[in-house]
Write a protein that binds this ligand. Structure first.
Ligand SMILES: [Zn+2]
Ligand SMILES: [Zn+2]
Length: 302
C-alpha cells in the first residue's frame, strides 16, 4: 500500500503548498482521495497516470477538498478518456459538477458515475475482490466523511518445496492457495498448513480530514496500519479549533493512541504556521510513531 501526498495544507493554495489531495495505491488500484485546486499539477509532478484513476473519494464540499475536481473531469475529457469514472462524495456533488459542465457546454465522452453519500453511519461504499472501502463519519461544519481503505485477506503462499515433494499437480495450486487440503492418489490427506505459508496480513489505511476531536470514530479505525488525521491547529489555538470544528495535533495523537494505530500521519496544517515540525513535537506528547505529511511525500505501508 502506498500513499502519495499531493497536498496537505488547509485553506488556500500557496507558492509551495497545496490544499488536500492524496493518491492511494492499494492492490494495484489507484484511488484519488480529495481533489483540491492544483491536484492535476501535483498528479503530473508525481508522475501518476491520469488514466489509472477510476475512483475519486471526496470527504466534504469545502473548496480546499474538491475545487480541483471539475478541472480534472474536464482534462480527462480533453485527453479523450473512455473509461468510466466513479465519484464518491456528499450529496450535492453531482449537481455542482453537472451544473459547471452544463454552463461550459461540456459533455464527457466517458461515463461519469456519482455515488452520493448521505448516511451518518459508517457504510461500505466500494468493494471488489481485493479491496473494501468504508466511510468514517466525521464531525465538521458540514457533512463530512473520512474513508477506511482495507485490503481483503490475501491468498495463502504456496510452499513450492512441499508441493513438489508430494508431486501435486499444478492444477491444484489455486485450491491450495485458497486454503484447501489435498487428497493424494494413495488416499492420504495433506493438510493445507503443510503446503502453504501464512500470507502477509491485510493492511488498513484510515483517512480522516476534516474533523474535530471525535472519539466515536475509534472503533472503526481500531489498529489501522496508518491513520491520516487532520491537525489544523496547535494547542495554542484550541479555541479556534473548536470554533471551526478542526483538531489540534495533540487531539489527533490522542485519537491515534486510543485507536492503537500503528502510525499517525498528520496534515491539513493551517497556513498560519511557519514550521510544521511543531505539530510533531506536540503530538509526540501522547503518541510516538508520527509522520508529518508534506506535499510530494510518499508513504509506503509495508
Ligand atoms: Zn479542509
Ligand atoms: Zn473543511
Amino acid at each position: 500500500m502506498k500513499i502519495t501526498i499531493l497536498g496537505c495544507y488547509a485553506a488556500t493554495p500557496r507558492t509551495l503548498t497545496n490544499p488536500t489531495s492524496q493518491v492511494l495505491e492499494i492492490c494495484n488500484r489507484i484511488f484519488l482521495i480529495d481533489c483540491a485546486e492544483g491536484t492535476q499539477v501535483q498528479l503530473r509532478k508525481n508522475k501518476i497516470r491520469f488514466s489509472q484513476i477510476n475512483h475519486v473519494f471526496i470527504s466534504h464540499l469545502h473548496g480546499d477538498h474538491f475545487y480541483g475536481l471539475v478541472g480534472l473531469i474536464s482534462t480527462f475529457m480533453l485527453l479523450n478518456r473512455q473509461t468510466d469514472l466513479h465519484i464518491h462524495g456528499p450529496k450535492g456533488i453531482k449537481e455542482i459538477i453537472l451544473l459547471q459542465l452544463k454552463y461550459s457546454n461540456s459533455y464527457t465522452g466517458y461515463n461519469l458515475f456519482f455515488h452520493e453519500l448521505t448516511s451518518t453511519e459508517s457504510e461500505i461504499i466500494f468493494e471488489d475482490d481485493k479491496v473494501i472501502v468504508r466511510t468514517i463519519p466525521l464531525k465538521h461544519r458540514i457533512y463530512t466523511n473520512g474513508f477506511l481503505f482495507e485490503e481483503k485477506p490475501k491468498e495463502r503462499k504456496l510452499n513450492v518445496e512441499a508441493v513438489e515433494k508430494y508431486s501435486i499437480d499444478k492444477c491444484y495450486y489455486q485450491n491450495i492457495k485458497n486454503g484447501k487440503d489435498i487428497i493424494l492418489d494413495n488416499g492420504k490427506t495433506i493438510s493445507n498448513k503443510e503446503l502453504t505459508f501464512d500470507p502477509l496480513p491485510p493492511k488498513k489505511y484510515a483517512y480522516c480530514s476534516d474533523t474535530m476531536y471525535n472519539e466515536e470514530m475509534i472503533p472503526l479505525i481500531n489498529e489501522v496500519d496508518a491513520l491520516y488525521h487532520e491537525a489544523t491547529f496547535l494547542e495554542t489555538e484550541t479555541e479556534k479549533a473548536n470554533k471551526t470544528m478542526h483538531s489540534t495535533a495533540l487531539e489527533a495523537a490522542t485519537i491515534a493512541k486510543l485507536a492503537k494505530a500503528k502510525q499517525l500521519i498528520l496534515g491539513h496544517y493551517s497556513t498560519r504556521y511557519e514550521n510544521i515540525e511543531m505539530f510533531k513535537t506536540e503530538a509526540e506528547e501522547v503518541f510516538s510513531n508520527i509522520l508529518l505529511a508534506d506535499d510530494g511525500k510518499i508513504i509506503e505501508l509495508e
